[in-house]
Design a protein around this ligand. Structure first.
Ligand code: DGY
Length: 318
């Protein structure tokens, strides 16, 4: 009998074929979050997840045969990994492979916010462009501005490389200083407060932990420049949404681009959606077909190893 696996979202063809060759595959095709009491959980050997849905201790406990949870994505804060470990369930993720694509998206969103790209395009689509006007959609220069990177891991490193191509001055904040990266890229370590005070653009790349919950809140916005642009491509709860709303509304900062929100999807009555200086995207960080296929393939490798009781090639437990 083939092991039973469940995918909480459809997955690119190449990875699906790898899984179908060895497993009985069931796919959740609705847009709803998998309920913790889902009837299919007790019979599962493997679970393939994406970053949006919680995999709780209760769900893991209800699946006594479960051998592996394979997450298609690097962040795994939505999975109770300790509960999985306690039950002997392996947990895998897909680090590294999405760093460059996520850095590209960071830059795309930074540029979009700086240069009003989304409203300007909507303006033309709405057939409101009736004469050349040199005084519309004035943005902020990105070149030669100061970028502050909070969370200097693989993605932050790639963002810094891109910023250097724009002749930006790059500050970074990280718990453990990387003097080798400073020397290699010509970037500068800054304290958290100095980074907030001196940056024209601030991008967030920290993992979601208790320590990073609402890392950016009222006090942090007060330290930023009134012209600052914040890009959150980490996890929604890293930013306090009420404080962000106030900061954007009261001009404490100029704009924000949010690839992630809390919760996801953002509720349609969320006050942030009423602001024209907040650009909100549907969690697009790693969303190219090439990268999503590479991520899914890594997830398939993790899944198949875990089902056989072998060490995962990319385990969150190191
Ligand atoms: C990740 O890899 O954690 C991304 O957020 C998934 O899209």
């Amino acid at each position: 009998m083939k092991p039973k696996i469940f995918l909480t979202r459809p997955i690119p063809e190449k990875a699906l074929a790898m899984m179908e060759a060895e497993c009985e595959v069931d796919i959740w095709h609705t847009s709803e979050i998998l309920p913790p009491t889902a009837e299919r959980l007790p019979g599962l050997d493997g679970l393939v997840t994406y970053s949006h849905e919680p995999v709780t201790a209760e769900m893991i406990a209800s699946a006594p045969n479960l051998k592996v949870i394979s997450n298609v994505g690097v962040g795994y804060n939505h999975i109770d990994a300790e509960a999985a470990r306690a039950q002997g369930v392996a947990v895998g993720n897909t680090p590294g492979v999405l760093s460059e694509t996520t850095a590209d998206t960071t830059f795309a969103q930074l540029l979009a916010a700086a240069r009003h790209l989304v409203p300007a395009s909507i303006f033309v689509q709405e057939k409101r462009w009736t004469c050349y006007d040199p005084n519309i959609f004035h943005g902020f220069d990105v070149h030669h501005a100061t970028l502050g990177i909070i969370g200097m891991g693989r993605i932050g490193y790639e963002v810094a490389k891109r910023a250097l191509g724009f002749d930006m001055r790059v500050l970074y904040y990280k718990r453990t200083r990387r003097e080798d990266w400073e020397a290699a890229l010509g970037i500068e370590y800054a304290s958290f407060d100095r980074l907030l005070e001196e940056s024209d653009f601030i991008t967030l790349h920290v993992p979601m932990t208790e320590e990073t919950h609402h890392l950016i809140g009222k006090e942090e916005f007060q330290k930023m420049k009134p012209t600052a642009i914040l890009v959150n491509i980490a996890r929604g709860p890293v930013v306090d949404p009420a404080a962000l709303y106030e900061a954007l509304k009261n001009g404490e900062i100029a704009r924000a681009a949010l690839d992630v929100t809390d919760p996801e999807p953002i509720p349609m009555d969320d006050p942030l959606l009423t602001l024209d200086n907040a650009l909100i995207f549907p969690h697009l960080g790693s969303s190219t077909l090439q990268t999503r296929t590479r991520m899914a393939t890594m997830a398939a490798e993790n899944l198949l190893a875990g089902l056989k009781g072998e060490p995962l090639p990319y385990s969150v437990f190191g």
